[in-house]
Design a binder for this molecule. Structure first.
Ligand code: AMP
Length: 176
């Protein structure tokens, strides 16, 4: 696992043109997940800077964010919180609606997922227009959580998603 760098991850990510819609170039991370060394390396790059810091939970965004957030939570010996698509969480939720690069969606968080003041690392696989992450950050704010960092494996810099996350500490492992 040692020594996986951003360039190696970039080389493994598959660019799929016109998926799921014409004009969208989809960044397929399954080749990273399918390689034990690269998967562990990606989790390490996302989690390692927080080792030793107080992180009460790692929150992941449905669905690919879960993969990295759950692994990072284990790596940091802390809890995992799922931010799910509307209608999936069984208990009382807060909801946020937002625009996607390709569509519209609503995400939800259990109202009691975290104690107020909890220090959270929010992770997703990819930052595109920033709508998803901004909605997730809004949910975490509503339950009183404090975002230590919003982390992404991939950032599509040309979409300026960071603008929607103004004021939050953002870190991405690789940028296109
Ligand atoms: P956005 O809200 O526009 O930042 O979109 C981010 C969410 O949509 C993430 O959860 C990504 O998994 C997914 N996504 C958006 N654009 C792409 C893309 N070009 N390739 C892969 N996933 C994407």
């Amino acid at each position: 696992m040692g020594g996986v760098g951003a360039d190696e991850l970039r080389a493994a990510i598959r660019n799929v043109p016109d998926f799921p819609k014409p004009g969208i170039q989809f960044k397929d991370i399954t080749p990273v997940l399918g390689n034990a060394r690269l998967f562990a390396g990606a989790v390490e790059l996302l989690a390692a800077p927080h080792e030793g810091a107080r992180i009460d939970a790692v929150a992941g965004i449905d669905a690919r964010g879960f993969i990295f957030a759950a692994a990072a939570a284990q790596r940091l010996h802390t809890a995992f919180i799922p931010i799910r698509k509307k209608g999936k969480l069984p208990h009382t939720t807060f909801e946020e609606r937002y625009q996607l690069e390709y569509g519209e969606a609503t995400i939800a968080l259990h109202v009691d997922a975290l104690a107020p003041g909890a220090r959270v690392l929010l992770l997703d696989d990819l930052l595109a227009t920033g709508g998803t992450a901004a909605a997730a950050a809004a949910l975490l704010r509503r339950i009183g959580a404090q975002m230590v960092e919003v982390g992404f494996l991939v950032e599509l810099g040309f979409l300026n998603g960071r603008q929607k996350l103004a004021g939050l500490p953002i870190r991405s492992i690789l940028t296109y």
